[in-house]
Design a protein around this ligand. Structure first.
Ligand code: NAD
Ligand code: MG
Length: 299
């Protein structure tokens, strides 16, 4: 049985075998096959974030792009951060945000640099004329099967980008965040059920959960909410640029890792959770982690 308003979650999005592919990290979404669906054609807003001013890290591609597009369609101005080599992806997002009549501020730079994190916040605040949503999506994931092969350089970078940058961006933003502001981090199913080849990454994703919960308790009295989204396997540049061994790509999200919904998720399938957590609909929601995992438990 089906009706006009129901969609089968098993088949609504791409559910075939992905072509094996590899790009040097961070990878460009525009060169992926198939292209991830970040809601470019499909996300419809309903005024949930009118007048809000959001900074989205990793906003050029994947999950961050889906959040940025949705925020603009819900009425927010958006500043996005990404690495300079991702400029072509970022330009596409800028055009999509501006098509909604919203401001799109592009601020490329490396989040593993504390001084840059401060500049990023200053610039986003100055150019949008305010800042009340911090959506921290950027992340580094490089699979290494054996701890003996995990370099200290990779370990440091993964922690700097995935964890330290959250401290640096939030510290810089705090003086600007008004009551009612929302901070959203991006953890992972890896923070609950870690893949042995993602030892450093999984450790950072668990750390992000701790950061989110402790910060939420710290900032509650200021009227600032802090929550996290924990994605499962989602089709993005992160995965095809070393996040998974290449042999895992064809059945990514179907059997590597196995999901009850038997397919990878698409970034747009997380957009409404990032919108909800940013919006006043989530006024009584803080210190929470929302799983969007295709059915992999997050407890
Ligand atoms: P993505 O490649 O589209 O996004 C990651 C972004 O991180 C890049 O676009 C890049 O701009 C940014 N980034 C990386 N290093 C950076 C640096 N040094 N400075 C500034 N920006 C930097 O992939 P995605 O899957 O959408 O990843 C977004 C988030 O989702 C990450 O935190 C990732 O850990 C998390 N996540 C992804 C999955 C998945 O299956 N794709 C699953 C769970 C969690
Ligand atoms: Mg990118």
């Amino acid at each position: 049985m089906s009706s006009l308003n129901t969609k089968n979650p098993l088949t609504e999005f791409f559910n075939g075998e992905f072509p094996t592919q590899y790009q040097e990290p961070p990878g460009l979404q525009g060169q992926m096959d198939p292209l991830p669906d970040c809601g470019e054609e499909s996300y419809v807003g309903s005024g949930k974030l009118i007048g809000r001013k959001a900074l989205v890290t990793g906003g050029d591609s994947g999950i961050g792009r889906a959040a940025a597009i949705a925020y603009a369609r819900e009425g927010a101005d958006v500043a996005i951060n990404y690495l300079p080599v991702e400029q072509p992806d970022a330009e596409e997002v800028k055009a999509l945000v501006e098509a909604e009549g919203r401001k799109a501020i592009l601020i490329p730079g490396d989040l593993s640099d504390e001084a840059f994190c401060k500049e990023l916040v200053e610039k986003a605040h100055a150019e949008m004329g305010g800042l009340d949503v911090l959506t921290l999506v950027a992340g580094k994931q490089q699979a290494v099967g054996n701890i003996a092969d995990l370099t200290t350089e990779q370990l440091r970078k993964t922690f700097e980008i995935n964890v330290f940058s959250l401290f640096w961006v939030v510290k810089a933003a705090l003086p600007y965040l008004p009551k009612g502001a929302s901070i959203i981090t991006t953890s992972s199913v890896e923070g609950y059920n870690p893949n042995p080849a993602l030892l450093d990454y999984a450790t950072t994703k668990k750390a992000i959960i701790g950061f989110t919960q402790a910060l939420a308790k710290q900032l509650a009295a200021k009227g600032v909410r802090v929550n996290s989204v924990a994605p499962g396997p989602i089709w993005t540049p992160l995965q095809i640029s070393g996040g998974q061994p290449s042999e895992n790509i064809p059945k990514f999200g179907e059997s590597t890792p196995p999901t009850p919904l038997k397919r990878a998720g698409q970034p747009v399938e997380l957009a409404s959770v990032y919108v909800f957590l940013a919006s006043k609909d989530a006024n009584y929601v803080t210190a929470q982690v929302y799983g969007v995992t295709g059915g992999i438990p997050t407890a």
